[in-house]
Design a protein. Structure first.
Length: 253
């Protein structure tokens, strides 16, 4: 059996291409000010030698790690069965396929997990952060704000005004859904809202109340779930126990 092949070095790439190590490095890091001929020669040498850049050395040279962090202040195993979170993971992965970045996952719920998360930020171990499942008391928000690393919030935080976040019009959506029921002639309307310490939970309830107020109606009931099927079923049971006719408002045309 042949011995394992030793990985090619940057110096060997430069030698084969007939350029300096500095020029070869600039090509590998996609830096400007390299002629087209030299760039193509270096790229050909990379393919011939099957050169793979050393991630650690590249990070030292560029001051970038090539990684982004998807962070959540929670560790419930049910999270991975949540279709919404699964779609987020797939979407992140699809987007990063267009780049040289890779994603890291942090479930920083415990004290130890948050300490690791804080150390990762302090050592600039990632180039960017995505924060998910934000609650009003989410401890990760303050940590990333202090770190100064580019951060995108998946869902708007309950407090503060983040520079970058991705969300939908939760208030408008809940208002439209309630107006639809009112348009069908329903006057006894209840809501199963999300956790009140999340922006999505609070704004959806506000949209629900907006529509009722405009129509001169009062809520039949407000119950709270946590976006899981079991919590929704339990909330529905509570609504039915308080007023069995709520089923007519929700399900009968």
């Amino acid at each position: 059996m042949d011995p394992p092949r030793r990985p090619a070095t940057l110096a060997e790439v430069a030698e084969l291409a007939g350029v300096s190590v500095t020029v070869a490095s600039r090509v590998i890091n996609n830096a400007p000010y390299v002629s087209r001929v030299k760039r193509e020669t270096v790229e050909a040498a990379i393919r011939q030698l099957r050169y793979v850049p050393n991630r650690t050395a590249r990070a030292l040279a560029t001051q970038q790690t090539g990684a982004v962090l998807l962070a959540i202040a929670g560790d419930d195993p049910a999270l991975f069965a949540d279709p919404y979170f699964a779609q987020v993971l797939v979407g992140v992965s699809d987007a990063l396929e267009e780049t040289s970045l890779h994603v890291m996952l942090s479930l920083a719920s415990s004290g130890r997990g948050q300490a690791r998360f804080k150390n990762l930020l302090a050592t600039r171990g990632v180039d960017g952060i995505m924060l998910m499942a934000l609650r009003g008391d989410d401890p990760l928000i303050g940590l990333v704000e202090q770190a100064g690393i580019p951060t995108v919030y998946g869902g708007r935080p309950l407090t503060g005004d983040p520079r970058w976040f991705v969300d939908v019009d939760n208030r408008g959506g809940a208002r439209s859904a309630t107006e639809h029921l009112i348009g069908l002639g329903r006057t006894r309307i209840a809501i199963i809202a999300g956790p009140p310490d999340t922006d999505v939970g609070a704004t959806r309830e506000r949209g629900f109340r907006d529509a009722l107020l405009t129509s001169g109606l009062a809520p039949l009931g407000v119950e709270v779930g946590d976006f899981t099927e079991s919590s929704g079923a339990a909330a529905m049971d509570r609504l039915l126990a308080s007023d069995p006719e709520v089923a007519l408002a929700l399900f009968i045309r």
